[in-house]
Design a protein around this ligand. Sequence first.
Ligand SMILES: Cc1cc2nc3c(=O)[nH]c(=O)nc-3n(C[C@H](O)[C@H](O)[C@H](O)COP(=O)(O)OP(=O)(O)OC[C@H]3O[C@@H](n4cnc5c(N)ncnc54)[C@H](O)[C@@H]3O)c2cc1C
Length: 541
Amino acid sequence: MTRAFLEDASFNQSPAFGDVDLFSADRPLSDAAARYGLGEAELSACGRDYGSFESFELGRIANENPPRLRTMDGKGNRVDAIEFHPAYHALMTKSIGYGIHSSAHDGSEPFGPMTQRAMRLYMATQAESGHLCPVTMTHACLGALAAEPDVLRAWKDKILSRSYDAVLKPWQSKSGVTIGMGMTERQGGTDVRANISFAEEKGDHVEITGHKWFMSAPMCDAFLVLAQGAGGLTCYLMPRFRPDGSLNAIRFQRLKDKLGNKSNASSEVEFHGAYALRIGREGQGVRTIIEMVQLTRIDCAVASAGLMRIALAQAINHIRNRSVFQRRLADQPAMRAVAADLALELEANVALVFRLTHAADKPDDAGEAAWLRLMTPAIKYLVCKSAPAFVNEALECFGGNGYSEELPMARYYREAPLNAIWEGSGNVMALDVLRAAARQPDATNEVIDRLARTAGEACDAAGIASMLKRMLRSGEAEGRARFLCEHLARLGAVAALVEAGSPFAGLYAATRLAGPPVAQYGARDLGFRNESTLMERALAV
Ligand SMILES: Cc1cc2nc3c(=O)[nH]c(=O)nc-3n(C[C@H](O)[C@H](O)[C@H](O)COP(=O)(O)OP(=O)(O)OC[C@H]3O[C@@H](n4cnc5c(N)ncnc54)[C@H](O)[C@@H]3O)c2cc1C
């Protein structure tokens, strides 16, 4: 008995999760793809690739070997290079190869390009989140570069290229480029109008002097940067090299020592008269870069949903294979209540984020455009801010193993708060909902009425809709911004589930919009059959 015990040390430990098709095994995802008429075979191939043990290993190794900054060579010459582990480069090669940075713009997706591409992002982030920072920013930069057609024309082919070229050299000689973004300064990130970096006109370009307190993915080939021009805050494109081939005056000070997101470099940087080109009109910097920010906000929500999904899939894989008191955890009522409640939350988040990308796929539809403007901050708020508590609960399904750095749950947990912070933190998103409503009150009322009509098939939504409209008009809206934002997003989630034909729209509404308030997952009675279906759909293997 003792010998058998020693020889089989992994007895009653769950098998490692991997070699799974992240598309087909995820019913909420594959249902959404079918509903929007997307390329399911391609998505399934992508899901198998990111779901392989090999991809999960790349994610682990890239995070255990974070990037390093080399400011100078041995002779004291500036190099300002960031060195990454080969595992990071392998992930970048894969994600650039799948066009997660480009396929929404290059015409390669005949139906729902934003949504099909977002589904790849959702699966890629399950293998590794950090490397997707430059991938997202490169995807999003095209929104801002459109304000300067000549610059866009010059850069577009390199941006859309599916060849990942990690060599530090002038962008003209590279097979593909990535683009970053520098807005945040020490004295203010949200309040970018307080930026003190400034640009001096030099004929056909400007030279920027100043700093950025957070500039992620510093190995990018160029950055969209906000600085004070003669006419006020303006957007500029700052390449790593000057047109004569010399290194641009971008001096990285150090890399941030971050809570999570270890595979991704985030720098503190100074500009010493760095060469840059104006993008969009002088003094219109926020208006120009907001086109990029809107796209990155959508990606934050999609990526947080992906992170929640991999945490839940890992947890379900564990509880299906772990017995406590001689009974599988997945069969124990208290554990089923937790896993199914998480799965219900995820069903709604998945319906919501792909409803969001579906709206982004319809830029010419005025109703969808109004929906997108109001719901982007609300959905980013709800989904991204839900991630830490969700991942925490999934981690706890593992018991003590959840706390081990050798297993992936700890990494997911440290990653989970990030998307809620960058590209507009929680309060900023809630206030942005108010701003959208104040600017377009009629369109806002129409969106809320539409949500209520759709959600009304699953619950009594009229009361919530009129409460939202009344509060948005009232003087107390700012103090109740989070309440408004959360209820708007949850109403949107019920409507998204109804539109998806989900059998869980009523259950979600009953447990999230009505019913006694509870603080923890697993405290709601979802019913035995619903629990089984929800868990089965979350991990259909
Ligand atoms: C890992 C990481 C990578 C990043 N990468 C980049 C990057 O590549 N480029 C870049 O430009 N930035 C980057 N950022 C910066 C990020 O976008 C900012 O940190 C974020 O926007 C918040 O700005 P801040 O840190 O200045 O906080 P502040 O603006 O000081 O906000 C502090 C808090 O106050 C709240 N708040 C703000 N305004 C109000 C208000 N009116 N009412 C009530 N509450 C309010 C916010 O929600 C927040 O909780 C990165 C951040 C992190 C953590």
